[in-house]
Design a protein around this ligand. Structure first.
Ligand code: C5P
Length: 232
C-alpha cells in the first residue's frame, strides 16, 4: 500500500486553490477537494486540478437512498477522481450501490472510503440526538466492518484508531487520517492530533493535512516535511 500525504485544499475559490498549487513546481501533491470548493466552483475545478497532474480525493460524503448515491457515484467516476467517500450510516445497501455506480465499464474505479462517525459527534450527542446507545468506539468499529463487508476500500478515521481498524478489517483496508499536526505546530480547532511520524508508526495509509501546509509561510517546505516524516 503506497502511503501518501493528501493536502486538504479548503479554499473557497478557484483562484485561491490554483495560486496555492502553482507554488509546487517539483511535486504534484494529492489534493483533497471538499464541499466548499466543489459547491463554489462545480465539477470544472476537479477537471482543472486533474489536468494540472494532481490526484484528487473528492470529499463530498454522500448519504442518500441507494439509487441516488449509485447514480451520483457514476458521475464522480466519470469525473476521473482518484478517491471519494460516503457516510457509512447510509447502510450497507447504500455502500454496495455506491460501489456499483462507481465501477467503470472496464472494471476500474476510484477508491471508495467511508466516514464512520464525524469527529464533531460526541457520544452524548449520539445518544441524545441520534438515539444510538452504544459507546462511540464500538459504533465506529461496527461501521468500519460494515464498510469492509460492503466491499469498500477503507475509512476516514483518527490516526490513533488506524491500528485498531487494521486489526479488525485487515492491513489492506485503507485508513485515511486527518488531525495531523507538526510537533512544534499550532493545533487550532483539532482536538486529538498526531504528528506525521506518529501517524506512520501507528499505520495510517494516507494522512490528510490542511492548515499546517496551506497556512504555512512556506507551503512547499511544509509539504516536504510532511512527506519526509510520513513516507520517509
Ligand atoms: O486544516 P486541517 O489539517 O485541520 O484540515 C483537516 C481536513 O480534514 C479538513 O478538510 C477537515 O474537514 C477534514 N476532516 C477532519 N476531521 C474529520 C474528517 C475530515 O479534520 N474527522
Amino acid at each position: 500500500m503506497g502511503k501518501d500525504v493528501i493536502v486538504a485544499c479548503d479554499f473557497s475559490s478557484k483562484q485561491e486553490v490554483i495560486n496555492f498549487l502553482s507554488k509546487f513546481k517539483d511535486e504534484k501533491p494529492y489534493v483533497k477537494i471538499g464541499m466548499e470548493l466543489f459547491y463554489a466552483e462545480g465539477p470544472d475545478i476537479v477537471r482543472e486540478i486533474k489536468k494540472m497532474g494532481h490526484k484528487i480525493f473528492l470529499d463530498l460524503k454522500l448519504h442518500d437512498i441507494p439509487n441516488t448515491v449509485k447514480k451520483s457515484m457514476n458521475v464522480l467516476s466519470n469525473l476521473d477522481v482518484d478517491m471519494c467517500n460516503l457516510h457509512a450510516a447510509g447502510t450497507k445497501a447504500m455502500m454496495e450501490a455506491a460501489l456499483e455506480g462507481l465501477t467503470r465499464p472496464d472494471g476500474t474505479r476510484p477508491l471508495l472510503i467511508a466516514v464512520t462517525q464525524l469527529t464533531s459527534t460526541s457520544e452524548e450527542r449520539m445518544r441524545d440526538d441520534l438515539l444510538i446507545e452504544r459507546p462511540i468506539d464500538e459504533v465506529v468499529m461496527h461501521y468500519a466492518k460494515n464498510a469492509k463487508d460492503s466491499g469498500l476500500d477503507g475509512i476516514v478515521c483518527s490516526p490513533l484508531e488506524a491500528g485498531k481498524v487494521h486489526d479488525l478489517c485487515g492491513s489492506g483496508f485503507i485508513t485515511v487520517t486527518p488531525g495531523v499536526r507538526f510537533a512544534d505546530g499550532e493545533v487550532g480547532d483539532q482536538v486529538r492530533v498526531t504528528t506525521p511520524a506518529k501517524a506512520k508508526e501507528i499505520g495510517s495509509d494516507y494522512i490528510v493535512v490542511g492548515r499546517p501546509i496551506t497556512a504555512a509561510e512556506d507551503p512547499v517546505a511544509a509539504y516536504r516535511r510532511c512527506v519526509s516524516e510520513f513516507v520517509g
